[in-house]
Design a protein around this ligand. Structure first.
Ligand code: KG4
Ligand code: ZN
Length: 348
């Protein structure tokens, strides 16, 4: 049994987790997530404010996680931190802090890729969400469709060519006058929308696409965002042709159908029986519902994390760190932070 303490500071949550485990047999002992509220005032994350908030929060958050886990620093076998991708100044706080702990306690240090963390996160709540599976990771910064053959063996099938799914939600929500981050607000507004009153073209989704075509798995949401903006400026709302909620629903439908269809293609091509969702947009119940409905006839089960584990948290980082520690992937004290970073373990 290995005890991991992980810190996650890639964006605007300061999070620390303590996890005990061996291979896929893990127990989460504690998870503390402190969301930085300050960014709401600015309608987006202000990098320097995020770094400073991590700096003041990281130590008390760690102490609370240890207390909740009923653990001491001395009982930790491995220290881990998210090393990227993310805001460099924010990441540096967590990396530097984990380094100091590893150095002073004379314990190994593991650096974790944030998106690989999301891949592991869902398995903390669903024991069956283990490889092989098709993964759809949809967050504020990334949209990745991955075939996970085994932990550490990933086929990157598709990604967004422009805006991430969460980013598209947030930008459209802003245009609809909703608070930041807009994803959850837009989902709520869409519940009052009338189905079919407005329809947007499904971006990058055509029947004539074939496996091997670059756009078979890739997605793109900036055109959809522009279509929404144009519709909002068309004067049709003023004419009573539709209400704001109808636009929210039409946008969500287009985005969801695109993601679901691309995921179905991956499930069919690799003959997978499990779909694992991760990232903040995996909180979207329309996405999860549509995914379940589409996967049922394909015989694939869908695993979605709770909102606590879908959004950024250190538990998923601790889980991924356990895997890397067990495979001897130990970082030196020269571990750095990276704004962009390729996913480890990519196979052709
Ligand atoms: O994974 P995450 O917490 O942070 C990143 O790594 O980016 O994802 C945050 C994103 C935001 O864009 C937020 O609007 C979106 O997830 N989100 C949602 C929902 N809940 C969070 N988007 C759509 N529907 C939701 N219910
Ligand atoms: Zn994330």
């Amino acid at each position: 049994m290995t005890r991991v303490l992980a810190v996650e500071t890639s964006c605007d949550e300061t999070s620390v987790a303590v996890l005990d485990g061996a291979a896929d047999d893990v127990a989460l002992r504690a998870l503390v997530i402190l969301s930085q509220d300050v960014h709401r005032i600015f309608g987006g994350v202000v990098p320097e404010l995020a770094s400073r908030a991590h700096l003041t929060a990281i130590d008390p958050v760690t102490r609370q996680a240890l207390e909740e886990a009923n653990a001491t620093l001395a009982s930790v076998d491995v220290f881990a931190a998210t090393m990227g991708p993310g805001l460099v100044g924010a990441l540096l706080v967590g990396v530097g802090y984990a380094k100091a702990l590893a150095f002073s306690r004379e314990r190994p240090l593991v650096g974790v890729h944030h998106m690989e963390g999301h891949l592991f996160g869902t398995s903390l709540e669903h024991r069956e969400a283990v490889p092989p599976f098709t993964a759809l990771l949809v967050s504020g910064g990334h949209t990745l469709l991955i075939d996970v053959e085994a932990w550490g063996r990933y086929r990157l099938l598709g990604r967004t060519r422009d805006d991430a799914a969460g980013e598209a939600f947030d930008k459209v929500a802003k245009r609809l006058g909703l608070p930041y981050p807009g994803g959850p607000h837009l989902e709520r507004l869409a519940r009052d929308g009338a189905p079919g009153r407005v329809r947007f073209t499904r971006p990058m989704l055509r029947r004539d696409q074939r496996p091997g075509d670059a756009d078979y798995y890739d997605v793109s949401f900036s055109g959809l965002k522009t279509a929404v903006v144009n519709e909002l400026g068309s004067g049709k709302m003023e004419n009573g042709e539709w209400a704001r909620a109808d636009i929210a629903l039409a946008f969500q439908d287009a985005l969801v159908e695109t993601l679901v269809e691309k995921t179905a293609r991956a499930v069919e091509q690799f003959d997978r029986s499990r779909v694992v969702l991760g990232g903040g947009v995996a909180c979207n119940t329309a996405l999860v519902g549509a995914m379940r409905e589409r996967m049922e006839p394909l015989g694939a089960a869908v695993y979605a994390p709770s909102s606590r584990l879908a959004t950024d948290n250190a538990a998923m980082i601790a889980r991924a760190a356990l895997f890397h520690f067990e495979h001897g992937h130990i970082a030196g004290l020269d571990l750095n932070a990276y704004a962009s970073l390729p996913l480890p373990g990519l196979i052709a």
